[in-house]
Design a protein around this ligand. Structure first.
Ligand code: HEM
Length: 450
C-alpha cells in the first residue's frame, strides 16, 4: 500500500463555531475486529481510516473508553499544550497497573510535576555525554558476537544493548546483580508486553493466567530492585556515583523530603519500559531504512568515519519521522465536554496524537516516503508536526539520553562494519503493544570494514 496520500481536513463541512456534540465518524467495523486490527495491522488500519474520515476519527477498542485519533498539527498543538487539569496523560493509562501507582506515566497534575522535576534533573542534556563511553563499551561487547556475511536480525541484539545500558547507567547495576536483573527483566518486559493492553485480562487467576504470570514475575523483579535501592542508600561512595538511581536516592522534593523506596522503584521500572524498547527499535529501524537507501548509507558511513556528528543526528531524526517507534501520545478528557476540531468530546474520551500519520503528511514533509535526513539539516519542523517524543509537559524526558545512546551505538557499528545494501522490500510495521518495530526483526548483513 502506498504510504502517501492526500490528507483531508477534519470535516470540510463543519462549522467550528457551532461544534457537534459527540464523536467524529470512524471505521464501522465491530469493536473486536478494530481491536485486532489495532494490534496486528495498526498503521495500515490508521492510514485507511485517515484517508476515509480525515485527520480526526473515532476508533473503538476493547477495554478502552471512547477514543479519537488525530493527525492535524493544529489539533495536536491544542492537545499537547492543553492545561494538565483538563487533559490528563496518566489517568486510565494501562501502564499504571503494570509499572506501579507512582509511575510518572500514570500520574497527573501536581503529583506528576513533582516527580517529573526530580527525574528531569538527572536527564539533563549535558549530563548525557558522560554515559557515551559506557554505551560504546556495552555495544562493542554485544557486537563482538555478531556474525558476518550472513543475514542477521538486529532488533533483539539492539534490545540487549539498550537493556544493558539502562541497567548500568540508570540502575547502577554491576556484576552478579546485573546478570540476574538482565535475565529477569527480559522476561518481565516480554510478559508485561503481552498483557499491558489486555485490560480486561488484568486479573490474577493463578500462575498460569497471563496476569498471574506477570504479577509473579514482577515480585521477583521487585526483590532485586529494592535490594539495589537499599544498597545505594548505604553506599559510602554514593556521591561519586553517576548512575541515575544514585541521583534519585539523593534527590529531595521541594519540601525537603526524600523519594520513598516505592517511588524510586516505580520510576526505575518506568525508565526501563519507556527507554529500552523505544531506543532499540529506533536503532533497528535505522538499519532497515539505511540498507534500503544506499546513498544515505554511504554518506552516513563516510561522515561517521570522518568523525562528524551532524549527519548522524539528522539520520536519527529522520528515522523517527519515517518510522516513529511510539504509536500514540494519549490524553484523556477530564471536563464534561472538550472542544476539539469542531466536536464536543465527552468526559473520559481518549485523544491519541498519531505520529505515523502526521509525519507522512505531504504538506508538512514533501515526498514523505523518501528517507531523506537532509530535511533535518536545514531547519527543524514544528513541535506539532514532528512528535516522536510527544510534547508539552509530558514530552519524553529521555530524548537526549536516546540520542546519545543511538549515536554511540551507530558510531561503533559503522566504525567496525560495512552494512550491505539490500533490494528486499521494506519490512512491515511490527507492533509490540506500544512500540513499532521492524516486522522481520531489522535484518541486515554486515561485512568487516573494507
Ligand atoms: C527513541 C527513543 C524514545 C522515544 C521515541 C520516546 C518517546 C516517548 C513518547 C512519545 C512519550 C510520551 C510523550 C507524551 O505523552 O507527550 C515518552 C514519554 C516518556 N519517556 Fe520516552 N522515548 C524514547 C526514549 C526514552 C528514554 C531513553 C527514556 C529514559 C531512559 C524515556 C523516558 C520517558 C519518560 C519517563 C516519559 C514520561 C514523561 C512524562 O509523562 O512526563 N524515553 N517517550
Amino acid at each position: 500500500m502506498p504510504e502517501t496520500f492526500p490528507v483531508t481536513p477534519v470535516r470540510p463541512d463543519l462549522d467550528v463555531k457551532s461544534p457537534v456534540r459527540g464523536m467524529p465518524p470512524g471505521p464501522k467495523m465491530p469493536m473486536a475486529l478494530q481491536s485486532v486490527g489495532f494490534m496486528v495491522r495498526n498503521v495500515p488500519m490508521m492510514r485507511r481510516a485517515q484517508r476515509k474520515y480525515g485527520s480526526m476519527f473515532e476508533v473503538r477498542l476493547l477495554g478502552f473508553p471512547k477514543f479519537v485519533i488525530i493527525s492535524e498539527p493544529e489539533l495536536i498543538a491544542q492537545t499537547l499544550r492543553e492545561k494538565p487539569n483538563i487533559l490528563h496523560a496518566g489517568t486510565g493509562s494501562p501502564l499504571g497497573t503494570v509499572l506501579g501507582a507512582n509511575s510518572i506515566l500514570a500520574i497527573d497534575e501536581d503529583v506528576h510535576l513533582r516527580q517529573r522535576k526530580l527525574l528531569l534533573r538527572p536527564f539533563h542534556g549535558e549530563r548525557m555525554q558522560a554515559y557515551a563511553d559506557e554505551v560504546e563499551e556495552i555495544a562493542d561487547q554485544v557486537m563482538d558476537d555478531w556474525p558476518l556475511g550472513v543475514a542477521m536480525p538486529t532488533a533483539k541484539s539492539m534490545h540487549l544493548i539498550t537493556l544493558r545500558v539502562i541497567l548500568r547507567t540508570i540502575f547502577g547495576a554491576r556484576g552478579a546483580s546485573m546478570t540476574e536483573l538482565e535475565r529477569e527483566l527480559m522476561e518481565f518486559v516480554e510478559v508485561g508486553q503481552r498483557v499491558v493492553l489486555l485490560r480486561f485480562a488484568h486479573r490474577d487467576l493463578g500462575p498460569k493466567s497471563p496476569w498471574g504470570a506477570f504479577v509473579r514475575k514482577r515480585e521477583v523483579v521487585d526483590r532485586i530492585l529494592f535490594a539495589l535501592i537499599d544498597e545505594a542508600r548505604i553506599d559510602p561512595e554514593l556521591e561519586e556515583r553517576a548512575d541515575i538511581l544514585a541521583l534519585l536516592v539523593q534527590a529531595t522534593h521541594d519540601d525537603g523530603s526524600p523519594m520513598t523506596d516505592r517511588e524510586i522503584r516505580d520510576q526505575l521500572l518506568t525508565l526501563l519500559v519507556a527507554g529500552h524498547e523505544t531506543t532499540a527499535s529506533t536503532l533497528a529501524w535505522s538499519l532497515e531504512r539505511l540498507t534500503r537507501n544506499p546513498e544515505v548509507l554511504a554518506r552516513l558511513t563516510e561522515s561517521v568515519r570522518a568523525g562528524e556528528a551532524e549527519y548522524l543526528d539528522a539520520v536519527f531524526d529522520e528515522t523517527l519521522r519515517i518510522r516513529p517507534t511510539v504509536s500514540l501520545a494519549v490524553r484523556s478528557v477530564q471536563v464534561d465536554e472538550y472542544e476539539l476540531g469542531g466536536y464536543l468530546l465527552p468526559c473520559d474520551t481518549r485523544i491519541g496524537c498519531n505520529p505515523a500519520l502526521v509525519h507522512h503528511d505531504q504538506r508538512l514533509f514533501p515526498d514523505p516516503d523518501r528517507f531523506d535526513p537532509t530535511r533535518f539539516l536545514a531547519e527543524k519542523p514544528s513541535n506539532s508536526a514532528y512528535i516522536p517524543f510527544g510534547g508539552g509537559i509530558r514530552r519524553c524526558i529521555g530524548s537526549a539520553f536516546a540520542r546519545m545512546e543511538y549515536t554511540a551505538v551507530m558510531r561503533r557499528l559503522l566504525e567496525r562494519f560495512d552494512l550491505e545494501p539490500t533490494s528486499l522490500p521494506s519490512e512491515p510495521w511490527g507492533f509490540r503493544s506500544i512500540t513499532f518495530t521492524p516486522g522481520n526483526g531489522g535484518i541486515v548483513t554486515l561485512r568487516p570494514r573494507s
